[in-house]
Design a binder for this molecule. Structure first.
Ligand code: NAP
Length: 150
């Protein structure tokens, strides 16, 4: 059983995505990220690409995702996915399955902090990181790995 000091995370509030990925080779890793076009999602995608990952980059529109990939200067597949619209989530799942790439990680980043009542969507959930993801993750992730992906 590891002691608590061996579990200490060597990063803090000022650590960057590049700090966290320093020395990590993500070549041949396929990583899906939602909300790739701005903020934490964009920076995470950029750092993943810089460390060799192939990203499946989701944004509300394919153009927004394509622009983000280009801005980051890496390679990846842009996918349109509005998490507030289950039809859009379904279409994204179809496109991703069609790529034939086994996903190594899913980063469910997209969301709105402190969503108001007006932003409440289907089934009473808000446009948060979990919206649409019970559907998406159960489709994308092998059953035995699902617990650590959602
Ligand atoms: N920043 C913080 O201090 C902080 C703290 C705790 C948690 N978080 C969480 O971290 C995540 C990223 O935060 P951030 O600061 O980087 O926010 P941000 O810059 O506002 O980015 C949010 C991203 O989520 C996307 N998004 C929101 N609703 C969506 C929907 N229905 N369908 C598809 N995409 C949607 C946005 O797309 P559009 O550009 O098209 O709107 C954008 O790409 C969020 O889930 C937030 O709740 C942030």
């Amino acid at each position: 059983m590891p002691n608590s000091s061996s579990l200490a995370i060597p990063f803090a509030g000022r650590s960057t995505a590049d700090d966290v990925l320093s020395g990590v080779d993500l070549a041949r890793k396929n990583i899906l990220i939602t909300g790739c076009n701005s903020g934490i999602g964009y920076e995470t995608m950029r750092a993943l690409q810089a460390h060799g990952a192939y990203v499946i980059a989701l944004a509300r529109s394919e153009q927004a995702a394509r622009d983000a990939i280009a801005r980051a200067g890496g390679s990846g597949t842009p996918v349109a996915c509005d998490l507030g619209d289950l039809a859009s989530v379904d279409a994204a799942i179809g496109k991703i399955q069609g790529l034939g790439r086994q996903l190594d990680a899913v980063i469910a980043n997209a969301g709105v902090m402190g969503a108001s009542q007006a932003e409440q969507l289907y089934s009473g959930s808000t446009t948060s990181r979990t919206s649409g993801w019970s559907t998406a993750c159960s489709t994308w992730c092998p059953t035995e790995r699902r617990g650590s992906w959602s």
